[in-house]
Design a protein around this ligand. Structure first.
Ligand code: MG
Length: 255
Protein backbone atom coordinates (compact mmCIF):
# COMPACT_ATOMS: atom_id res chain seq x y z
CA UNK A 1 0.00 0.00 0.00
CA UNK A 2 1.26 3.46 -0.89
CA UNK A 3 0.67 6.06 1.79
CA UNK A 4 -0.31 9.52 0.54
CA UNK A 5 0.76 12.19 3.00
CA UNK A 6 -1.39 15.03 4.26
CA UNK A 7 -0.07 18.60 4.53
CA UNK A 8 0.46 18.06 8.23
CA UNK A 9 2.45 14.89 7.60
CA UNK A 10 4.48 16.60 4.87
CA UNK A 11 5.41 19.32 7.35
CA UNK A 12 6.72 16.66 9.73
CA UNK A 13 8.68 15.08 6.90
CA UNK A 14 10.22 18.47 6.05
CA UNK A 15 11.47 18.68 9.64
CA UNK A 16 12.89 15.13 9.57
CA UNK A 17 14.43 15.89 6.18
CA UNK A 18 16.03 19.08 7.39
CA UNK A 19 17.60 17.24 10.31
CA UNK A 20 19.17 14.77 7.90
CA UNK A 21 20.43 17.67 5.76
CA UNK A 22 21.90 19.33 8.84
CA UNK A 23 23.80 16.16 9.73
CA UNK A 24 25.09 15.95 6.16
CA UNK A 25 26.26 19.55 6.29
CA UNK A 26 28.19 18.85 9.49
CA UNK A 27 29.83 15.72 8.12
CA UNK A 28 30.77 17.57 4.94
CA UNK A 29 32.68 20.04 7.13
CA UNK A 30 34.38 17.25 9.07
CA UNK A 31 35.42 15.04 6.15
CA UNK A 32 39.18 15.36 5.70
CA UNK A 33 42.21 13.07 5.64
CA UNK A 34 42.78 11.58 9.13
CA UNK A 35 39.22 11.38 10.44
CA UNK A 36 37.68 7.94 11.02
CA UNK A 37 34.26 6.85 9.84
CA UNK A 38 33.36 6.14 13.48
CA UNK A 39 34.06 9.79 14.36
CA UNK A 40 31.74 10.84 11.54
CA UNK A 41 29.13 8.42 12.86
CA UNK A 42 29.31 9.90 16.36
CA UNK A 43 29.01 13.46 15.02
CA UNK A 44 25.90 12.59 13.01
CA UNK A 45 24.30 10.72 15.91
CA UNK A 46 24.89 13.67 18.24
CA UNK A 47 23.19 16.13 15.88
CA UNK A 48 20.22 13.82 15.34
CA UNK A 49 19.70 13.05 19.04
CA UNK A 50 20.18 16.68 20.16
CA UNK A 51 17.27 17.61 17.91
CA UNK A 52 15.14 14.88 19.50
CA UNK A 53 15.52 12.48 16.60
CA UNK A 54 16.60 8.86 16.34
CA UNK A 55 19.08 7.55 13.77
CA UNK A 56 16.96 5.38 11.44
CA UNK A 57 19.69 2.92 10.52
CA UNK A 58 20.85 1.96 14.03
CA UNK A 59 19.64 -1.52 14.92
CA UNK A 60 18.14 -2.32 11.53
CA UNK A 61 18.03 -6.13 11.17
CA UNK A 62 20.34 -7.58 8.53
CA UNK A 63 18.72 -8.97 5.39
CA UNK A 64 21.49 -11.58 5.11
CA UNK A 65 21.43 -12.91 8.67
CA UNK A 66 24.24 -10.80 10.12
CA UNK A 67 24.21 -8.49 13.14
CA UNK A 68 21.81 -5.57 13.43
CA UNK A 69 23.33 -2.45 11.83
CA UNK A 70 25.57 -0.87 14.50
CA UNK A 71 25.97 2.62 13.02
CA UNK A 72 23.93 5.79 12.79
CA UNK A 73 25.25 6.37 9.28
CA UNK A 74 26.49 4.21 6.44
CA UNK A 75 30.05 5.16 5.47
CA UNK A 76 31.07 3.63 2.16
CA UNK A 77 34.58 4.34 0.88
CA UNK A 78 35.73 4.06 -2.78
CA UNK A 79 34.57 0.66 -4.11
CA UNK A 80 32.05 0.27 -1.29
CA UNK A 81 28.65 0.97 -2.82
CA UNK A 82 26.41 1.16 0.28
CA UNK A 83 26.02 -0.05 3.87
CA UNK A 84 29.64 0.48 4.94
CA UNK A 85 29.85 0.06 8.73
CA UNK A 86 31.46 2.99 10.59
CA UNK A 87 34.68 1.87 12.28
CA UNK A 88 38.26 2.94 12.93
CA UNK A 89 39.06 3.19 9.22
CA UNK A 90 40.85 6.49 8.55
CA UNK A 91 39.97 8.59 5.51
CA UNK A 92 42.88 9.20 3.17
CA UNK A 93 43.57 11.99 0.70
CA UNK A 94 42.00 11.07 -2.63
CA UNK A 95 39.31 8.75 -1.22
CA UNK A 96 35.66 9.24 -1.98
CA UNK A 97 33.12 8.45 0.69
CA UNK A 98 29.39 7.92 0.34
CA UNK A 99 27.54 8.92 3.48
CA UNK A 100 23.96 7.75 3.94
CA UNK A 101 21.99 9.24 6.83
CA UNK A 102 18.50 8.45 8.05
CA UNK A 103 16.67 10.09 10.94
CA UNK A 104 13.26 9.68 12.45
CA UNK A 105 11.73 12.79 14.00
CA UNK A 106 8.22 13.05 15.41
CA UNK A 107 7.34 9.72 13.80
CA UNK A 108 8.60 10.42 10.27
CA UNK A 109 11.77 9.48 8.44
CA UNK A 110 14.19 11.45 6.31
CA UNK A 111 16.80 9.61 4.24
CA UNK A 112 19.58 11.07 2.11
CA UNK A 113 23.01 10.10 0.77
CA UNK A 114 25.85 12.09 -0.75
CA UNK A 115 29.31 11.20 -1.97
CA UNK A 116 32.16 13.48 -0.89
CA UNK A 117 35.79 13.71 -1.91
CA UNK A 118 38.49 13.54 0.77
CA UNK A 119 41.03 16.29 0.09
CA UNK A 120 42.03 16.39 -3.56
CA UNK A 121 40.46 13.64 -5.66
CA UNK A 122 41.03 12.39 -9.20
CA UNK A 123 39.17 13.79 -12.18
CA UNK A 124 37.62 10.34 -12.60
CA UNK A 125 36.22 10.48 -9.07
CA UNK A 126 34.99 14.07 -9.47
CA UNK A 127 33.16 13.21 -12.67
CA UNK A 128 31.56 10.14 -11.07
CA UNK A 129 30.23 12.20 -8.15
CA UNK A 130 28.90 14.94 -10.44
CA UNK A 131 27.15 12.53 -12.80
CA UNK A 132 25.64 10.55 -9.91
CA UNK A 133 24.05 13.72 -8.56
CA UNK A 134 22.81 14.59 -12.04
CA UNK A 135 21.34 11.08 -12.39
CA UNK A 136 19.35 11.79 -9.23
CA UNK A 137 18.16 15.10 -10.72
CA UNK A 138 17.10 13.38 -13.93
CA UNK A 139 15.08 10.84 -11.94
CA UNK A 140 13.55 13.47 -9.67
CA UNK A 141 12.33 15.47 -12.67
CA UNK A 142 10.06 12.55 -13.54
CA UNK A 143 8.51 12.40 -10.06
CA UNK A 144 5.36 14.23 -11.09
CA UNK A 145 1.71 13.25 -10.91
CA UNK A 146 0.58 11.17 -13.87
CA UNK A 147 3.98 9.61 -14.58
CA UNK A 148 4.84 6.08 -13.55
CA UNK A 149 7.66 4.88 -11.32
CA UNK A 150 9.25 3.39 -14.43
CA UNK A 151 9.69 6.92 -15.84
CA UNK A 152 12.02 7.67 -12.91
CA UNK A 153 13.91 4.41 -13.42
CA UNK A 154 14.29 5.02 -17.13
CA UNK A 155 15.55 8.58 -16.73
CA UNK A 156 18.20 7.49 -14.22
CA UNK A 157 19.40 4.51 -16.26
CA UNK A 158 19.50 6.45 -19.53
CA UNK A 159 21.55 9.24 -18.04
CA UNK A 160 23.98 6.96 -16.17
CA UNK A 161 24.61 4.62 -19.09
CA UNK A 162 24.82 7.58 -21.47
CA UNK A 163 27.80 8.78 -19.44
CA UNK A 164 29.47 5.37 -19.74
CA UNK A 165 28.76 4.26 -16.18
CA UNK A 166 26.56 1.46 -14.87
CA UNK A 167 23.77 1.57 -12.34
CA UNK A 168 23.43 -0.87 -9.43
CA UNK A 169 20.43 -3.19 -9.72
CA UNK A 170 20.46 -5.14 -6.47
CA UNK A 171 19.34 -2.16 -4.39
CA UNK A 172 16.57 0.31 -5.14
CA UNK A 173 14.93 3.52 -3.98
CA UNK A 174 11.70 3.43 -2.01
CA UNK A 175 8.68 5.16 -0.62
CA UNK A 176 9.25 6.64 2.84
CA UNK A 177 7.18 8.06 5.68
CA UNK A 178 6.41 6.56 9.08
CA UNK A 179 8.49 3.62 7.82
CA UNK A 180 11.95 4.05 6.34
CA UNK A 181 11.05 1.70 3.50
CA UNK A 182 7.51 1.95 2.18
CA UNK A 183 6.02 1.06 -1.17
CA UNK A 184 6.71 1.63 -4.00
CA UNK A 185 10.15 0.30 -4.84
CA UNK A 186 12.03 2.60 -7.22
CA UNK A 187 14.60 0.70 -9.30
CA UNK A 188 17.34 2.74 -10.97
CA UNK A 189 16.95 0.71 -14.15
CA UNK A 190 14.02 -0.36 -16.30
CA UNK A 191 12.39 -3.62 -15.26
CA UNK A 192 9.41 -5.44 -16.71
CA UNK A 193 7.20 -3.61 -14.22
CA UNK A 194 5.63 -0.36 -15.36
CA UNK A 195 5.34 0.59 -11.75
CA UNK A 196 2.44 2.42 -10.17
CA UNK A 197 1.20 5.80 -11.29
CA UNK A 198 2.67 8.70 -9.34
CA UNK A 199 0.29 10.99 -7.48
CA UNK A 200 0.66 14.16 -5.44
CA UNK A 201 1.39 13.52 -1.78
CA UNK A 202 3.69 10.55 -2.40
CA UNK A 203 7.03 10.77 -0.62
CA UNK A 204 9.88 8.97 -2.33
CA UNK A 205 13.57 8.33 -1.72
CA UNK A 206 15.25 8.28 -5.13
CA UNK A 207 18.80 6.98 -4.84
CA UNK A 208 20.96 6.08 -7.84
CA UNK A 209 24.08 4.06 -7.00
CA UNK A 210 26.48 4.53 -9.90
CA UNK A 211 29.54 2.40 -10.71
CA UNK A 212 32.52 3.25 -12.90
CA UNK A 213 32.75 -0.41 -14.02
CA UNK A 214 30.30 -3.28 -13.81
CA UNK A 215 26.91 -2.86 -12.12
CA UNK A 216 27.50 -6.15 -10.36
CA UNK A 217 28.08 -6.04 -6.62
CA UNK A 218 28.74 -8.45 -3.77
CA UNK A 219 28.15 -8.42 -0.03
CA UNK A 220 31.20 -8.90 2.21
CA UNK A 221 31.45 -11.40 5.08
CA UNK A 222 30.11 -8.85 7.58
CA UNK A 223 26.79 -9.33 5.68
CA UNK A 224 26.36 -5.56 5.30
CA UNK A 225 29.14 -3.98 3.24
CA UNK A 226 28.21 -3.96 -0.47
CA UNK A 227 31.17 -3.54 -2.83
CA UNK A 228 31.58 -3.38 -6.59
CA UNK A 229 32.50 -6.79 -7.99
CA UNK A 230 35.41 -5.32 -10.00
CA UNK A 231 36.74 -3.12 -7.19
CA UNK A 232 36.13 0.09 -9.14
CA UNK A 233 34.65 3.27 -7.67
CA UNK A 234 30.99 3.75 -6.81
CA UNK A 235 28.97 6.82 -5.81
CA UNK A 236 25.52 7.33 -4.30
CA UNK A 237 23.15 10.27 -4.30
CA UNK A 238 19.81 10.21 -2.53
CA UNK A 239 17.15 12.61 -1.34
CA UNK A 240 13.72 12.19 0.16
CA UNK A 241 11.23 14.17 -1.91
CA UNK A 242 7.53 14.90 -2.00
CA UNK A 243 5.47 14.87 -5.19
CA UNK A 244 3.70 18.24 -5.15
CA UNK A 245 1.25 19.91 -7.57
CA UNK A 246 4.00 22.34 -8.65
CA UNK A 247 6.64 19.60 -9.01
CA UNK A 248 8.92 17.51 -6.83
CA UNK A 249 10.10 19.09 -3.56
CA UNK A 250 13.31 17.87 -1.92
CA UNK A 251 12.61 17.35 1.79
CA UNK A 252 16.17 16.48 2.85
CA UNK A 253 17.47 20.03 2.59
CA UNK A 254 18.04 23.05 4.82
CA UNK A 255 14.96 25.26 4.85
MG1 MG B 1 17.20 5.08 1.08
Amino acid sequence: MIVIKSQRELDKMRKAGELVALAHQRLHELIAPGITTLELDKAAEEIIRKAGGIPSFKGVPCAYGGMDFPGSICASINSVVIHGIPDKTVLNEGDIISIDIGAILDGFHGDAARTFGVGTISDEAKALIMHTEEAFNQGMAKAVEGNRIRDISEAVQKYVEGQGYSVVRDFVGHGIGTEMHEEPQIPNYVTRERGVRITNGMTLAIEPMVNVGTWRVKVLDDKWTVVTLDGKLSAHHENTLAVMPNGPEILTRLY
